[in-house]
Design a protein around this ligand. Structure first.
Ligand code: HEM
Length: 437
């Protein structure tokens, strides 16, 4: 059957999309002249190349991070709660379809209207890509300029607020901060991320307007033994060695997912501290290997902490109180000083990507990290580490100074976002318990 006659056959039946008829076995012979639908639209097994949309938690936190990312911060245009409901319903519908790989052949398109599929990813069902689209809510949805914009102020998650403007070392660009809704799109390919963003923007035209975005990338190595990092940072060091284990449910429940401390609609969600961190790449590249390793507290090639031989061995700071082996201002020592329960409760789930935006006006690489910290309470975890450990000049000892790494990096943007729980069934939509509850 030719492309044209297949389209005509489907059009004649008034079917909305080709995917709508896949599975309608009673119609298939009449419709396609005996040719089976699976022959016409072959369904390649998805295996684990698509992540499910539905779940207790949104996909994109525990799921394996793919190589390409696009974060986009958006502003809500409507001023009523109904408008917000409409936005969340559309987002849910589009994310569900995009994550299922539905691109849609042009079978039901009118020549007189813009095609529904932008076409940049083709027209076949997509069975690959590991696409996830995480939706975060900014504090401005609850309170903005002292105003209760949508009547939701009383339901604001406890620790949600604009990203602080006073964190030591930050050089924030006001055009790269916060936002009402954050979309974090990740997949195996930057094109798929762009496709998803285009799709969402065109379907929310007049409802959402863009604020800022940042594309990024990473190289995830395959088959890396458990306990070892599978990525490196811009600085060349292994990243994620001591990250929280996403397969440990108890740890996730304690450290990442919100619980009964939050309003009921906000339980089972998490906070995301998203930081666009510019790194002084050329400056770093001129440092000796020894000084780079002292700055991080680990060996560059193996990833072992400076008091150990292998990456998986844990540092023992009690045995090195003056920092003779792992300096007191080393990044890993400042970020996790290993003080027992006091610092254990500060731990965060990290996801690390890099970005490169070209050269700045000085001809230096404008690149760095798209840093994520997922935590059950953003103030008690991410922000506590930042304020009380990393940039506290008297921690862990008087006159230690801020962490050495701060000489090579500074945040330029980002925001704090609340990530509501996942959508668990067909009739539900993202954040419905907040908006309809
Ligand atoms: C450009 C920015 C950053 C770079 C290049 C960077 C790099 C690294 C590296 C190489 C490690 C060691 C490997 C590992 O255990 O994963 C590490 C660990 C860590 N980083 Fe960062 N990091 C950055 C920003 C941050 C920020 C902003 C925070 C939080 C406030 C943070 C918190 C941590 C924590 C908690 C650890 C684990 C320490 C441990 O458990 O021993 N990092 N980072």
């Amino acid at each position: 059957m030719s492309e044209i006659s297949r389209r005509s056959a489907l059009k004649a039946l008034g079917l909305a999309t080709a995917s709508a008829v896949v599975g309608s076995s009673t119609l298939k012979d009449n419709l396609l002249g005996g040719e089976s639908l699976s022959q016409v639209f072959p369904q390649i097994p998805a295996e684990d190349n698509l992540f499910p949309f539905e779940g207790v938690h949104q996909a994109g936190i525990l799921t394996d991070p793919p190589d390409a990312i696009l974060v986009a911060s958006l502003q809500v245009i409507p001023t009523t709660l109904d408008g917000l409901v409409q936005i969340m319903k559309i987002l849910t519908e589009r994310i569900r379809a995009l994550m299922a790989g539905q691109l849609g052949p042009v079978v039901d398109e009118s020549d007189q209207f813009p095609p529904k599929n932008t076409g940049d990813m083709g027209y076949d069902q997509l069975n690959e890509g590991h696409l996830t689209i995480l939706v975060g809510l900014g504090s401005s949805l609850f309170i903005q300029g002292g105003q209760d914009r949508f009547g939701l102020a009383a339901k604001k998650p406890l620790a949600l607020k604009p990203m602080p403007r006073d964190l030591i070392g930050d050089k924030l660009n006001p055009d790269l901060l916060d936002g009402d809704i954050l979309l974090e799109i990740s997949s195996d390919h930057p094109l798929e991320n762009m496709h998803a963003l285009r799709d969402i923007l065109r379907n929310t035209k007049g409802l959402l307007s863009p604020l800022w975005m940042q594309p990024g990338f990473q190289r995830h190595q395959k088959n890396v033994p458990v306990g070892q990092a599978n990525v490196r940072t811009v600085l060349g060091f292994k990243d994620g060695t001591t990250n929280l284990d996403v397969n440990n449910d108890d740890l996730m429940n304690t450290m990442v997912w919100t619980g009964t401390e939050e309003p009921s609609w906000a339980q089972g969600g998490t906070y995301m501290a998203l930081r666009l961190i510019r790194e002084s790449i050329e400056h770093w590249d001129r440092q000796s290997l020894e000084s780079q390793q002292n700055s991080i507290g680990r060996y560059k090639v193996s990833g072992a902490s400076l008091d150990n031989i292998t990456e998986v061995q844990l540092p023992d700071y009690a045995d090195d109180p003056d920092g003779n082996t792992v300096p007191l201002d080393a990044h890993i020592r400042k970020a996790n000083p290993r003080l027992g329960p006091e610092s254990e409760k500060r731990r965060i789930l990290r996801r690390g990507y890099m970005y490169l935006n070209g050269f700045d006006k000085s001809g230096l690489l404008d690149g760095g990290a798209i840093f994520h910290a997922f935590c059950r309470n953003v103030e008690e975890q991410f922000e506590y580490i930042k304020r009380n450990y990393m940039t506290n000049r008297n921690f862990p000892k008087t006159n230690t100074g801020v962490q050495d790494l701060d000489e090579y990096m500074f945040a330029v943007g980002g925001g704090y976002f609340f990530i509501p729980a996942g959508v668990q069934s067909d009739g539900r939509f993202l954040a419905d318990a907040l908006l309809l509850g």
